[in-house]
Design a protein around this ligand. Structure first.
Ligand code: CTP
Ligand code: MG
Length: 249
């Protein structure tokens, strides 16, 4: 399916983490899930998508040639335009990809309009999610996939006492893709990188891209329905759930 008059959309696929919480020998993005490396699944959804035009893949510096040969060439992911080395934190990795996008701006006809930032650790990305995000980013300029939580959520103090119970219908768990107007997200990250030390000194951990846009640009970020299956593979039990989803077809 072709979308009429579509704006240019670039995906940033993040795979430069070390997967500590998985506690496995191999970094989780390369672990096999139903015979294919975890990273395969998100790249496959992007390759098939009518929304995404191309993709910047971020990996560890030492994994670039492995990924180029064993993932990108092997599975024929033609939308991967560049493979770049990530950094220490997730936001450092995002920034490396945004630099590529910022630098090639002007070389690409009409430029990159929207950037879809996605964790390679989320294999259940679908075309429906990409389409919903695309429709929303055109209106809101900043949107992230997520789902309303099913459990009651409590905010705890440092001693693990419950101090607050937010109204459940207003609490969402946030996923990726996180999708932004390209110049908005580039500007937000430039600001973050300039004063990231202040963030660190205050003990604030930047765990997603929406935080950067909310806090640095004061820009409202719309929540878009992802899906309850769009899970992040983080700890060993997530692999069991993922294999069950894949096995169901
Ligand atoms: N990521 C990245 N660069 C980093 C850290 C994370 O590209 N410096 C990527 C991961 O590869 C992953 C996604 O960001 O696809 C989400 O991060 P997370 O699930 O936390 O993965 P890891 O950081 O690898 O795992 P852990 O936090 O358990 O070490
Ligand atoms: Mg992490």
């Amino acid at each position: 399916m072709r979308i009429m008059g579509k704006e240019r959309c670039t995906a940033v696929v993040l795979a430069a983490g070390s997967g500590k919480r998985m506690e496995s020998g191999v970094a989780k993005q390369y672990m096999l899930l139903c015979g294919k490396p975890l990273i395969f699944y998100a790249l496959y959804a992007i390759e098939k998508s009518s929304v995404i035009d191309d993709c910047i893949l971020v990996t560890g510096a030492e994994d670039i040639s492995y990924v180029r040969e064993e993932i990108v060439a092997r599975y024929g992911f033609r939308k991967v335009d560049a493979i770049v080395a990530g950094g220490q934190e997730r936001y450092d990795s995002v920034y490396q990809a945004l630099r590529v996008i910022a630098h090639r701006d002007g070389k690409i006809p009409n430029g990159d309009r929207y950037v879809f930032i996605h964790d390679s650790a989320r294999p259940f990305l679908t075309e429906d999610i990409l389409l919903r995000c695309y429709e929303e980013v055109k209106k809101a300029k900043a949107c992230v996939a997520g789902m309303p939580v099913k459990d009651t959520i409590k905010i705890a103090d440092r001693e693990d006492y419950a101090v607050e119970t937010p109204e459940r219908t207003l609490v969402w768990q946030i996923q990726t893709p996180q999708v932004f107007d390209a110049s908005l997200i580039i500007e937000a990250y430039e600001k973050l990188m300039r004063d990231k030390k202040q963030f660190a000194d205050k003990g604030i951990k930047v765990t997603d891209d929406a935080m950067v846009v909310e806090s640095y640009m004061g820009f409202p970020v719309k929540l878009v329905k992802g899906s309850y299956e769009n899970i992040k593979i983080t700890t060993p039990e997530d692999l069991v759930i993922a294999e069950a989803f894949l096995g169901r077809g």
